[in-house]
Design a protein around this ligand. Sequence first.
Ligand code: HEM
Length: 383
Amino acid sequence: MINTLQPQSQLADPYSLYEECLLHNPVYWDNANKIWAVYAYEPCLKILSDENAHIPSVKHFSVDATIDSISANLVRLSNPPQHQALKTVAFYLFDKLKNVSIPDLLFSGIEKARGLHSVDWAVVSRKLFPTLIVKGFDFPNEDEVFLVENISSLVKLMGAINDERSFENTSAIINRAYEMVNCHFAERLLTKQEIKHLASMTKLDEREMLTILVSNFIGLLIQSYDAGRGLLVNGLRQLLQYKHKAQEIAIDENLCRKIVIETLRFEPSVHNTRRIAVADILIGETTIKKGETILLVLAAANRDVLKFPQPNVFDINRPDNEHLTFGAGGHACLAKHYCIDIAAKVFSLLVARYPSLKLLQTKLQYEPLINVRIPESLFIKLQ
Ligand code: HEM
């Protein structure tokens, strides 16, 4: 019997469990948790692309008008028919993101986190993606500090907040963040003309447009946090291990990009996502019935030997590396290329400035999170 919902942080090596599941139970009914767990690549891809596989709703401890309104407007939590229009809004926002100087952000972040002999790269990584997004929208400095410092509270929107104290604290922060973004968007960032244009393009209610934009900006911040920092931590670890083995090799941005892409397959930050069947879904000879919940184990699908030859080998030269770490189908991540570009740039800058950069930590502890696997710390020596 497999406990498909065992927290990531309790598993020293989830990949050996995934290997067993891929071999014996690629599509598995976990009766104790009443959930399907899908490990194999093709079935995962099929379900991600199936319009009858919806995003399950999230229920919190209590009711808060702002939390409920953001949740109702987030592209990530939406389903057809609203999803397509909300995706257009999210893309519109994403296209407005300005370029920000990565060296400034990276090296000032390192200076702030620097200890006497080492730096915890996980600490530096936490702020990088959210800061890029807030800076890319020209928020005033005090708003930037508030949004980035409170990002871990904003992220709670995506899972169930199920105790009173946490709900109260989180809703206070989310309400303040909402006001801040609303004010910046209404007063400085968006013209009435733009809002009108976007409403006519998406056929969404013009009076709701500002709320939808604000909600999805918060959504971009939320989506960038766990997955982004996980990529930076796992990617740097893979890069340093690679560099150690390859010895004299020159590490340029192109090589970093290859390492980032293979890290996304081999050791992804996002391990799973969920769907609920709104009609029967046939997977081979198995029927997932209407109303049943599905856990898509993307990190296992990325190690499926039927898709990736020698899946347990870290190979930066894979000709076909269509991993599922950014999802697929309608809800596929809109920031896929952006994330790869940023991570490759960050790593190449780091290696250029600190050519003898060293990994100080080999044993890792993982954060107690449900769908992502992120080391709590990664100590490195800058030299
Ligand atoms: C390494 C970094 C990232 C990874 C691995 C990642 C992964 C994913 C995955 C797996 C999904 C789909 C979830 C599902 O289908 O259930 C997703 C959706 C999404 N991601 Fe990312 N993401 C990353 C970074 C980002 C960043 C930096 C942003 C924003 C700037 C972002 C914005 C979004 C949005 C808005 C969606 C929802 C799309 C929709 O529902 O249609 N992601 N991401």
